[in-house]
Design a protein around this ligand. Structure first.
Ligand code: ADP
Length: 624
């Protein structure tokens, strides 16, 4: 072979790391290399077909598409050839020498555990891709030429899958890519005809392009290519003819995710709009779901022709984990991302797809175990929904799951329907508390009365919760109410104590005044409460003031907010408060007041402005 500009390049360090991890974690499922290569070949051909619509010269002499697989037993090689778009020299360096996804380094570094099962999952999620060839091969040769370029602009790439690869210019008559794997000693099973046929049909039955294997019974016979897949796009087939396994394999083909999907929804719509959609929910969140540059969106086909990957216009942000495809009969074939952006057809497709996705999730709720898996992976993303998608709010809220004082566990597994079904008749609102952690929420003094009365409260402790709650005001006619805020419905719940309350208010009035005098403008009000059992004092937020968690949220993103003035409530049944009433010494009394306020603030906010002062006051009282 005539090679020009031969060079040795070293792999980006992430590639080296990935190769190492992959070879060590995926040894139990080696055959997936073929799935990855067939997927890449099919993508390359679909891309060519699309580009050739506007530039027929790209077809060159050959308009027939094929993925060809041949084995050379003598030399222990398998070659996979496609006549797709091919790659230029720059593209080869980019695609087969680096990993362009941002955040890869951190991700790969996080896979340090010695748990092979966990590693397998993580690597699988990452998308193993082309590099998986090195699981079974100790040398891989790629010859490729981009469609539309002249024959002498072919590129040669070769690597042993260690630190480096060789690059050269070659001549290649046909457009497309040939990948030759030199099979490792011990992996010869992949050279066996029956084994290959088996794997190939498993991984290619659902793709629309013909995959052919070379058969040559004896020396006198010429080369013959035998098609071994159905070569019919999966999504255009009838649902009833598609097996679960095929749906799962197709998912892996389009996503490069090595795990099975959790659930899917396949629909054909005819009438005013004509389209087919196939939506999947993955089992595991993509490793980069929280990256800004995370790729998401659906594969877009127009009348069976692949148009683009990652079409984000069809799914809102809070459903960015949904994978799959949409095949529309109504969009123009030359559609671009810009055209998609404000297009009437896109809008109505998007509305329909969101409904489908939400229906699919709603159906999934019937399988509690699976739904919990889903919620653990994607609950936080779904929580963005009520703010983002007002039209579907009610359906999104139905999908939410909460930890509550009833399930008494950190696990978020109570639905609002379930909560409402347990509400006593006279309870008007859905109660919740928001805090920094499960422990802080669960043991908040605000809940004492609720525990006492056996009323269930939602425990919110995800960062996003308070913000989410500010976008859902009610559900099925029931308003949401924070238990750390002043509210009439709370007073009603405590109505049994109202009589006592009136009497007390009178007799303890001088005491309350004394406390208020000491605290002055630092609190909005001082008053007695019956909501507490074990705690002497608590601070609550007035109805229209910003809640503690909301203030924290604003502070976290660098926004200043006016200082919140709390209402200090004292529990006159508590021994500390009872003792305090009798204290004559004004200095000691003021120490007690300050201490109770600080305690209440600490329980509410988790921090104090001046912790040292708090400690000094305690110490003073201890020795008094
Ligand atoms: P992924 O397919 O997930 O992007 P891969 O590692 O499998 O990751 O491939 C990297 C890139 O290399 C592909 O995105 C594609 O651009 C290119 N590539 C791989 N195989 C082929 C092929 N047969 N023809 C053209 N390009 C290819």
């Amino acid at each position: 072979m005539d090679m020009k500009k031969k060079e040795t390049h070293i792999f980006q360090s992430e590639v080296k790391q990935l190769l190492h991890l992959m070879i060590n974690s995926l040894y139990s499922n080696k055959e997936i290399f073929l799935r990855e290569l067939i997927s890449n070949a099919s993508d390359a051909i679909e891309k060519l077909r699309f580009h050739a619509l506007s530039n027929p010269a790209l077809y060159e002499k050959n308009g027939e598409f094929n993925i060809l697989i041949s084995v050379d037993k003598e030399n222990s090689t398998i070659t996979i050839s496609d006549n797709g778009v091919g790659m230029t020299r720059t593209e080869v360096i980019e695609n087969l020498g680096t990993i362009a996804k941002s955040g890869t380094k951190t991700f790969l570094e996080s896979i340090t555990s010695n748990d092979p099962e966990k590693n397998r999952n993580l690597i699988g999620q990452f998308g193993v891709g082309f590099y998986s060839v090195f699981i079974v091969a100790d040398k891989v040769t790629v010859k490729t030429r981009a469609a539309g370029l002249s024959a002498d602009q072919g590129v040669f790439w070769e690597s042993l899958g260690q630190g480096e690869y060789t690059l050269a210019n070659i001549s290649k008559a046909d457009r497309g890519t040939d990948i030759t794997l030199h099979i490792k000693k011990g992996e010869e099973e992949f050279l066996e005809d029956w084994r290959l046929r088996n794997i190939i049909s498993k991984y290619s039955d659902h793709i629309s392009l013909p995959v052919k294997i070379r058969t040559k019974k004896n020396e006198n016979e010429g080369i013959h290519w035998e098609k071994i897949n159905k070569a019919e796009a999966l999504w255009i087939r009838n649902k009833s003819d598609i097996s679960e396994v095929e749906y799962k394999e197709f998912y892996k083909h389009i996503t490069h995710d090595n795990n099975d999907p959790l659930v899917w929804s396949h629909n054909r719509v005819e009438g005013k709009q004509e389209y087919i959609s196939l939506l999947y929910v993955p089992k595991c969140a993509p490793w980069d779901m929280w990256n800004r540059e995370h790729k998401h969106g659906l594969k877009l086909y127009v009348r069976r022709v692949f148009v683009m990957d990652d079409a984000v216009q069809f799914m809102p942000h809070y459903l960015r984990f949904i994978r799959g495809l949409i095949d529309s009969n109504d969009l123009p074939l030359n559609v671009s991302r810009e055209i998609l952006q404000d297009n009437r057809v896109t809008h109505s497709l998007r509305n329909a797809l969101v409904k489908r996705a939400l229906q699919m999730l709603d159906k999934l709720t019937q399988d509690t175990e699976k739904y919990q898996l889903f919620w653990k992976e994607f609950g936080l993303v779904i929580k963005e929904g009520p703010a983002e998608d007002i039209n579907n709010k009610e359906n999104i809220v139905k999908l939410l799951r909460f930890s509550t004082t009833h399930n008494n566990s950190i696990e978020q597994n109570v639905s609002l329907d379930e909560y409402i079904s347990r509400m006593p008749k006279d309870q008007e609102k859905i109660f919740f508390i928001a805090a920094d952690s499960y422990a802080a929420a669960k043991s908040s003094p605000h809940l004492e009365i609720f525990y006492k009365k056996g009323i269930e409260v939602l425990l919110l402790f995800d960062r996003i919760d308070e913000w989410m709650m500010s976008h859902i005001l009610d559900f099925q006619g029931k308003k949401f109410q924070s238990v750390s805020k002043v509210d009439d419905s709370l007073n009603k719940l405590m109505s049994n104590d109202a009589y006592k309350d009136k009497e007390e208010q009178k007799t303890l009035q001088p005491f309350i005044k004394r406390v208020k005098n000491i605290l002055g403008e630092r609190v909005k009000e001082v008053r007695l409460t019956h909501r507490l059992t074990d705690t002497p004092a608590i601070v609550i937020t007035d109805t229209n003031d910003m809640s503690t968690q909301m203030v924290k949220l604003f502070a976290a993103v660098g926004q200043t907010v006016p200082e919140v003035k709390y209402i200090l409530e004292l529990n006159s049944e508590h021994i500390l408060v009872k003792r305090m009433i009798d204290i004559q010494d004004e200095n000691i009394f003021s120490l007690w007041v300050e201490l109770l306020l600080d305690q209440a603030l600490l329980a509410e906010r988790g921090t104090l402005d001046n912790p040292n002062q708090f400690i000094q006051r305690i110490n003073k009282l201890l020795v008094a």
